[in-house]
Design a protein around this ligand. Structure first.
Ligand SMILES: Nc1ncnc2c1ncn2[C@@H]1O[C@H](COP(=O)(O)OP(=O)(O)OP(=O)(O)O)[C@@H](O)[C@H]1O
Ligand SMILES: [Mg+2]
Length: 500
């Protein structure tokens, strides 16, 4: 067997109050896709941050081609041929795509930045990942799926021997995942050693060769990627987890949310639907179908040109988030980093953000009540933290996700819109979130759930609405819906006839 391209031995890393890694070993061969699997907070990102020079280990060493190497910073990693796509995007939002792709390596002529060369190179890189976007576009204007593709293009530009990808598929749609996998296979065949992190178990057998399982900061197993899913889950969680969707239909009451004729030119057109007390309505469709746009307009985050939104029969003023929240509407946004969290504040404070108003009684903020509520939600969601004061910035990706969802659970909004609620969340925590959704509808709340995960939409909705190109094109009862049925509607073209 060939020498490992990279070996990590006995890596240990502690942060205040938590041992993130405890003697972890990893061996990477040239030409393999090595999957890192573990629950939220298991230490996956910490491990790859050591390999990419973002963190120094407390103990342990890294060898390349059998020789110990020092990775003190990102420059060292780059010189050793280690390239990383981080879970948190590393792009600068106000710079253009081309500038981001050249960051730190701007082509110069006569001391000036050679813009033409920069654009040309950006175009080539974007072509490699098959993404159509003008290199002059500011990154902040891209959706998160395209941001991720730019991030990938950037990592590819370094011609790495070791390519590390931290949950690259979390924000991608099926089509883009296909493109990414084609790129990954090509690089693997060229002999690149690839580390691939994902919470989508079905991707493991499809793209992986071997799997290292981390649990509580330890490497507990190294198994082939073809290992059955329930066995992988058992290794990662330490016990079997029922991956079924535990939807428990509740008794339906009055319509709590009514949307009539909602239209924003160029985005969505004549969208009407209702969600009743006790009901989970799934909103399915391809990315770009306009689901997030509708959700944001309903919540008042964006304007609309025509139509009306009612909560409990009361009409909401358009483009007024405060009025929407006042009326008992909540939105867990798709882009949590950008819109959901105050990263520098503690978990308790973040969980309390939307309840602050409720907690203010006669001018006093009921801090104690707020903390009790926050502690309860953190416990329910199993947020892995050192305490409520830990800064959200230092939580693992999946645990940050849970804080955003928890924030709205703590707020007890009557109508909750969840936009991709389980993205980046491990299998065990997903089930917890589903159970919370059940608890919400049991107590008379209404839930609108946008999800690109078809089994999830089918498994957790009572009724499924399908959007295509800005229009609602169909509605299915959960018990009669199939993945194929939803997909057939999702590719409907605007004229109403089905695409082949
Ligand atoms: N900078 C930091 N300061 C304090 N604690 C940290 C820091 N970075 C990570 N941690 C902690 O280390 C542990 C491991 O986190 P890590 O990000 O490696 O998890 P992960 O396996 O990538 O999880 P996820 O699937 O949620 O992304 C967590 O308990 C996290 O809160
Ligand atoms: Mg992580």
């Amino acid at each position: 067997m060939s020498e490992a391209t990279l070996r990590a031995e006995g890596l240990t890393k502690s942060f205040p109050g938590v041992r993130a890694l405890d003697g972890v070993d990893l061996s990477l061969r040239a030409g393999e896709v090595h999957v890192l699997l573990g629950e939220n907070g298991a230490g996956k990102s910490t491990l790859i941050k050591i390999l990419s020079g973002a963190y120094r280990p407390d103990e342990g060493r890294v060898l390349m081609d059998g020789r110990p190497v020092e990775i003190r910073d990102a420059g060292d990693a780059r010189r050793l041929g280690i390239s990383t796509i981080y879970q948190e995007f590393n792009l600068v939002p106000d710079l253009s795509v081309a500038e981001n792709l050249s960051l730190g390596r701007l082509p110069r002529r006569f001391g000036l930045v050679d813009t033409a060369a920069m654009q040309r190179r950006a175009r080539e890189l974007l072509e490699r990942v098959d993404v159509r976007v003008d290199p002059r576009t500011p990154v902040r204007r891209l959706g998160i799926a395209r941001m991720q593709m730019v991030e990938i293009a950037k990592a590819l530009s370094l011609d790495a021997r070791v390519l590390i990808m931290d949950e690259p598929t979390a924000v991608l749609t099926t089509g883009e995942v296909g493109k990414l996998f084609a790129i990954v296979r090509r690089l693997r065949d060229e002999g690149v050693a690839i580390v691939f992190i994902t919470h989508h178990l079905e991707e493991i057998a499809e793209i992986g060769d071997r799997v290292t399982v981390l649990r509580d900061g330890r490497s507990v197993a190294e198994v082939p990627a073809g290992t059955p899913q329930d066995e992988l889950v058992r290794l990662m969680v330490g016990r079997p987890v029922d991956q079924q969707f535990p939807r428990r239909p509740a008794e339906l009451g009055e319509p709590l949310l009514s949307v009539r004729g909602l239209t924003r030119r160029g985005a969505f057109d004549d969208v009407s639907f209702e969600v009743r007390a006790g009901e989970v309505v799934g909103l399915a469709g391809l990315v770009g179908a306009g689901r997030t746009e509708v959700a944001r307009a309903v919540f008042g985050a964006d304007r609309y040109d025509a139509g009306e939104v009612f909560v409990r029969g009361r009409r909401l003023p358009p483009h007024d988030v405060h009025a929407a929240m006042e009326a008992g509407l909540g939105l867990v946004p798709e882009d949590r980093k950008g819109q959901g969290l105050v990263l520098g504040a503690g978990i308790g404070e973040n969980l309390g953000l939307v309840t602050l108003r409720d907690a203010t009684r006669a001018g006093f903020v009921d801090l104690k009540g707020q903390r009790t509520a926050a502690a309860r939600v953190a416990e329910q969601l199993g947020i892995r933290m050192t305490g409520l004061d830990q800064e959200v910035r230092t939580l693992s990706g999946g645990n940050q996700q849970k804080v955003v969802i928890g924030k709205w659970l703590a707020a007890q909004a009557g109508v909750l819109i969840l936009d991709e609620p389980t993205r980046g969340v491990d299998v065990a925590a997903k089930v917890e979130i589903y159970q919370l959704v059940n608890a919400l509808t049991d107590s008379g709340h209404a839930v609108l759930m946008i999800s690109s995960d078809l089994p999830e939409v089918l498994g957790m909705s009572d009724r499924i609405l399908v959007m295509a190109r800005g229009r609602l094109v169909g509605e299915l009862r959960a018990d009669e819906a199939t993945q194929d049925g939803v997909m057939a509607l999702a590719v409907t073209d605007v004229a109403g006839s089905r695409a082949e």
